[in-house]
Design a protein around this ligand. Sequence first.
Ligand SMILES: [Zn+2]
Length: 146
Amino acid sequence: MLQLSPNIDKQIREHGAKDYPHECCGAMLGTDGGAAREVRALFPLINRRDDSPRNRFSITPEDFRAAERAAAERGLDLLGWYHSHPDHPARPSEFDREHAWPWYSYVIVSVEAGAPKDLTSWRLEDDRSKFQPEDVTSAQASTQAS
Ligand SMILES: [Zn+2]
C-alpha cells in the first residue's frame, strides 16, 4: 500500500495539470514500512524526452542520482516515480513497463483536457512481465510524526 499525504496527492495532480499537454514526471521520497509505504516529499523532474514529450517519460541516470541524493538529504528513501498520462487512462503503457524497475512504486495520474482525474499506483513484478496495481491512500499524516 502506498500512502500519500493529502498535500502530496495535490502536488502530483497539480504538476500533471501544469505540464499538460506534456507528461510530467518526478520522484517520490518517503519511508518504506514494508506493508505500507509513506510518500512524504516529491522531487519533480524535467521530462527529457524531447522527441515525444507528450506520451513518453524516461528517467536518466542523472535523474536517478539526483533523486537518490534528494532522498538522502532528507533522511528518506527513494520509493518510486510518478508521471502523468495526458488524455489517457491512468494505466501503465507498454513503454512504461519496458522502462520500469521492480520494487519501486509507479504512480500515474490521468489528466483529461488539462484537468487531473484518476491517480493510480503500480508495482512491476520481479520477472518484469507485468505491473500489479498497488493500493493508494491519501492518509492524513500523523501529528506525532517528527
Ligand atoms: Zn506512462
